[in-house]
Design a protein around this ligand. Structure first.
Ligand SMILES: [Zn+2]
Length: 407
């Protein structure tokens, strides 16, 4: 078994992953697949294969209740904007070069320096990067006994089908992806059985994780999911344990030199006993730490930490990590977009790609022929490459609008 695996799911049906698993009426839904939902879906397959009595076997406990990590599955726009980021309070203009300032990298400003904009900046609250593709599902409200209540249809937001969502599984938890010895190919995701949420699954054990960010001798850790940390007395802590970090980064000593966090509460559901878990204080997704290391950690250690995550309850999806580069403003692309205006056949191909970007499912190889074609000069080749780097649907849409103007 490898130490980590990249899991990619494609939603074949809309998915509702409720934030409160036992609320039977209207409930808030996650915009991604939380690690706990992935783990629950895999455990259900395991118990179907091995029999429900297998849930007390040593192997089940090692895989599902052990030290491994089930990370959340995200797509580009469902990731949180890190809490260290200062963002535009008002809509940025087409001329703003910088959209976010990252305090974790020493960037500071109170207003956008662009004269035409001058927007006040505000601290991120950990909101998603961008618009979340969703559909409304009509549901029947159920009583606590699971009986449909009369006349209580209501509609609920569900994550749109067609999306690709990705995340890491680490350590003993990787075994969960092989319930019958071969990699799992489909799963039912979501907390409401009535909605199913069928998804196809791809398990990639060759995928190379990105390392956590390193600036000189300091790493920046950003949480893709809430983090559960405790201090030396076992009380909730807003920061990770330095001993854990120095051990996992394989350095002699670390010091947390900056933190941008927000408290929230996390409940949970203990499947075996059917009882709710006590509510715990955790830090919100998007929380960010700057950590000074006695010596720079190796690339290998930083890649491993990215797939493992930090803190407690990692098997329930807590403490997952991600990298974040602030997006470029549209002004960085207007020169390229203007050059492309002269080629309507390319503009229409870029238009067709918008829906793929929204679903985080873009196939850039379909531009290979244009990039090789001598019909276009270098300027156009560069413009195509620049636009292909844009993964944010809202910025991509603005670039399209710019291409379509004044044609
Ligand atoms: Zn601005």
């Amino acid at each position: 078994m490898t130490q980590h695996a990249l899991v990619t799911v494609r939603l074949e049906e809309p998915m509702v992953a409720g934030k409160n698993p036992r609320a039977d009426s209207r409930q808030d839904s996650h915009n991604h697949v939380p690690g706990s939902v992935l783990r629950g879906a895999l455990a259900a397959v395991w118990l179907r294969e091995h029999g429900t009595e297998a849930n007390t076997s040593p192997e089940f406990e090692r895989v599902f209740e052990g030290e491994g990590s089930f990370g959340p599955l995200h797509y580009a726009s469902s990731k949180p904007v890190p809490l260290s980021m200062l963002t535009h309070k008002y809509e940025p203009t087409d001329e703003c070069h910088t959209l976010w300032w990252d305090q974790a990298r020493g960037e500071k400003a109170s207003h956008c320096p662009n004269d035409r904009c001058g927007s006040q900046l505000e601290e991120s609250k950990g909101q998603p990067y961008g618009k979340v593709p969703s559909v409304d599902r009509t549901m029947v409200a159920l009583s606590t006994d699971g009986v449909a209540l009369d006349g209580s249809l209501y509609s609920q937001r569900a994550v749109q089908d067609g999306l690709l969502l990705r995340g890491w599984v680490y350590g003993d938890a990787v075994r969960a992806l092989y319930p019958e010895g071969t990699a799992i190919e489909s799963l039912l995701l979501g907390s409401r059985r009535s909605l199913r949420g069928e998804a196809t699954v791809e398990v990639d054990t060759e995928a190379f994780p990105e390392p956590v960010e390193l600036y000189g001798e300091e790493v920046v850790l950003r949480l893709a999911s809430p983090g559960a940390f405790v201090d030396e007395f076992g009380m909730p802590s807003a920061t990770p344990d330095p001993d854990e970090l120095s051990e996992q980064l394989d350095v002699s000593e670390v010091e947390i030199t900056g933190s941008w966090t927000r408290w929230e509460e996390a409940g949970g559901w203990h499947a075996a006993s059917g009882l709710p878990k006590p509510v715990e204080r955790v830090v919100a997704a998007g929380s960010t730490y700057r950590v000074r290391c006695a010596e720079p950690p190796t690339d290998t250690a930083r890649r491993r930490l990215m797939t493992r995550g930090i803190g407690l309850r990692r098997r329930e999806g807590f403490g997952a990590l991600y990298r974040c580069e602030p997006p470029w403003g549209i002004s960085s692309f207007t020169g390229h977009a203007a050059a492309l205006r002269a080629h309507p056949e390319l503009v229409s191909r870029f238009q067709a790609r918008l829906e793929e970007i929204r679903l985080d499912n873009a196939d850039d190889s379909q531009f290979d022929d244009a990039l090789r074609s001598t019909e276009y000069d270098d300027r156009i080749h560069q413009a195509i490459q620049a636009v292909l780097t844009v993964k944010d649907a809202e910025i991509y849409e603005q670039i399209l609008r710019y291409m379509e103007q004044n044609r």
